[in-house]
Design a protein. Structure first.
Length: 655
């Protein structure tokens, strides 16, 4: 195809708010070409791309998009959206203009990588565009990269979009996630728009649930007290007492002196992360790797303090969890130091599982070998999405598909039976389609254990003020899709959100013991400890955004004080709530002996579950709870509405 014929046949959209850029582009495109200039600010650009995407592949399609990202506003997010548009519209060129200072942010964007790779094969006409733009624009440091994706089938239907834009009668069809919350309308609309077997069968499952009725029942049962900081776990922070740092030792020591036999697990918090993910509510510190060696020293000191203050014998945990943060931020030598701490301070003869958390950005073969050498038997990696690049950028998880696959391979080589991945649903901008692709991908990758989390909005995260969130029905549908897909592919559900290939081999011992009331001792910044009748958090739990936390924790330990910040002595009723709400998270409706053992509850609290929580009768009548061989479980409907159902157990908190 010659340069001239290209110019005559192309539909081109230029998206920029910079007049120099728009004028230069006009000159390049020439009079013969059908073109449309869009003078849009960042917010409108984002809207436009979303509109393109939502209106499907045939309606709004250009041959070339000249996309100006030199406004410096959230370029990684804009690039993510462009990537998403491109991935659904294969026959289109994108030319993105990006300032060099922004390049670093884009290194994990796969479209950006392709653009760099395809630069050499760029057709002459586009190279000319580059030269002229470079010459004509007054922008300093303007750098343009080209992408070319399949020149064969250029189509000329962008005018439809342009006409509509001109007439102003584009109604932006919002993401499927913004559909009306009334379930009947919602499901009819989804049914019309989808051909997916999983979506259709999940919708018909939801129809049997009568979501609206159940929502009403659950709302009525919830306590009327509203906590100013919404939290899904009991007890909420507002119910905890601030400990006076000077008096922590005196108040805690009598409470914990005789609990050493009850401690079944140890939790060790490694707070370092490359950067803060948009949804993350954990207490983390970006970077600060220089302090990691000092930090491990403080972990040792903190543990030694417990031994000095009490008459505890050397603890013999059955489960150890190294969580975070990102434990794979630690260099291999630091992992070795961490291992020495664990081996020196605990008797590991009874240890069944040592699990750690990893992230694709920081896991290297050397570090993973170090974790294996210190005795790690299970690993969990937070991917959140496998296929949706734009979504990953949106939630600020910057890694490429190649990097992700490499990490998975390295983990499966070392822990073939005990590798878990976390994926998320209910995220803004996530579609049913992209969620289904993620589920398909984890099945294809033969991951032995998959944990599905849904987005919980915490006021302490980047999504705190975000209004455009998926409705509850979307979350229910996505959860139902996960069950349908994974269980249809032979996975077995072993807890509210975990699906495994082989339940005898892929156990999560630390989690199971904790949720069945086993004592946990937390070590490290913001970690929490639970013993029967007592819960407390270390410094850093209250404000996960306060970067002074790390120093406050380190200083407290250095000065010989237990670094405890908030906590509560739980009365009998509060202990029951905690036991029920934690135990029900182990519900797996198709399995026997999951959920809460009713006889154990009665033995522990000298009252039955039904006597303690009479509303369980209503939950059972409405198909949210069921009893199976002496265990009480959330049903599939109860699991799909887990948080609101569990909140009904916070009874007594409003009086
Ligand atoms: S989600 Fe994980 S990697 Fe992201 S900030 Fe939180 S702890 Fe760090």
């Amino acid at each position: 195809m010659s340069e001239d014929s290209l110019k005559e046949s192309l539909d081109i959209i230029v998206i920029s708010e910079n007049h120099n850029y728009l004028d230069a582009a006009e000159e390049i495109i020439g009079n013969q070409s059908r073109k449309y200039k869009l003078n849009l600010n960042t917010a409108s650009k984002v809207e436009l791309l979303r509109a393109f995407e939502n209106n499907g592949r045939d309606k709004f399609k250009s041959d070339i998009i000249l996309f100006d990202l030199t406004d410096r506003v959230d370029s990684e997010y804009q690039m993510g959206l462009l990537n998403r548009y491109m991935s659904r519209n294969q026959n289109v060129f994108a030319i993105a203009s990006v300032l060099p200072s922004e390049h670093e942010k884009l290194i994990y964007n796969s479209l950006w990588q392709n653009m760099q790779r395809d630069l050499e094969g760029t057709p002459l006409s586009l190279t000319n565009c580059y030269r002229i733009l470079e010459k004509e624009t007054n922008l300093k440091n303007l750098k343009i990269h080209f992408g070319c994706i399949n020149m064969e089938q250029l189509k000329d239907n962008v005018l439809e979009c342009i006409d509509k834009l001109k007439r102003g009668d584009i109604t932006y069809v919002h993401e499927i996630a913004q559909m009306p919350s009334e379930f009947k309308q919602f499901s009819e609309r989804v049914q019309k728009e989808t051909k997916s077997r999983i979506v259709l069968s999940s919708i018909s499952k939801m129809r049997t649930m009568d979501v609206n009725k159940i929502k009403g029942v659950v709302e009525n049962l919830q306590p009327k007290y509203h906590y100013s900081v919404p939290q899904h776990c009991f007890p909420p922070f507002e119910k905890l007492d601030n400990f006076n740092p000077e008096q922590v030792q005196e108040s805690i020591t009598p409470l914990i002196t005789d609990v050493d036999k009850l401690i079944q697990s140890i939790y060790i918090h490694i707070p370092f992360c490359l950067h803060k993910c948009a949804f993350c509510d954990y207490t983390t510190v970006e970077g600060t790797l220089n302090s990691s060696s000092e930090y491990i020293n403080r972990l040792k000191k903190e543990m030694q303090m417990y031994y000095d203050l009490t008459e505890w014998e050397v603890l013999t945990p059955k489960g150890i969890q190294i969580g975070g943060g990102t434990p794979t931020m630690l260099a291999a030598d630091r992992v070795k130091e961490l291992g020495e701490f664990i081996h020196d301070f605990y008797d590991l003869n009874m240890l069944s599982q040592l699990t750690f958390e990893a992230s694709p950005n920081t896991a290297t073969a050397k570090k993973l070998d170090a974790f294996r050498d210190i005795g790690a038997t299970r690993v969990s990696v937070g991917l959140q999405s496998v296929k949706d690049d734009a979504l990953l950028h949106w939630i600020k998880r910057w890694f490429s598909p190649t990097r992700m696959q490499k990490t998975i391979n390295m983990l499966l080589q070392r822990w073939p039976c005990d590798t878990n991945i976390d994926i998320m649903f209910g995220l803004p901008n996530q579609t049913l389609d992209s969620w289904e692709k993620d589920l398909e991908a984890v099945v294809d990758m033969r991951i032995p254990s998959v944990t599905t989390y849904y987005l919980r909005i915490s006021p302490r995260t980047g999504f705190a003020d975000y209004k455009d969130l998926p409705h509850q029905e979307i979350k229910i549908l996505m959860y139902t899709m996960a069950r349908e897909k994974l269980m249809g592919e032979g996975y077995v559900q072993i807890a509210n959100n975990q699906f495994v290939k082989n339940p005898d081999m892929q156990k999560y011992i630390y989690r199971d013991m904790k949720k069945r009331g086993g004592g946990v001792l937390g070590i490290g910044m913001s970690s929490y400890s639970i013993f029967p009748g007592l819960i407390y958090f270390n410094i850093g739990a209250k404000d996960n955004r306060d970067y002074k936390n790390l120093h406050a924790y380190m200083n407290a330990v250095e000065s010989g004080r237990l670094p405890i910040e908030i906590g509560k002595k739980l009365d009998k009723h509060e202990q029951k709530i905690l036991y029920m709400t934690q135990g029900l998270k182990l519900s797996a409706p198709e399995r026997e002996y999951s959920g809460v053992n009713m006889a154990d509850f009665e033995k522990r609290f000298e009252k039955s579950i039904q006597e303690s929580f009479p509303h369980t009768k209503t939950l059972m009548e409405n198909g949210l709870l069921e009893i199976n061989k002496g265990y009480i479980n959330l049903t599939p409907s109860g699991l799909a509405m887990e948080d609101p159902v569990l909140k009904t157990f916070w009874q007594g908190e409003d009086v």
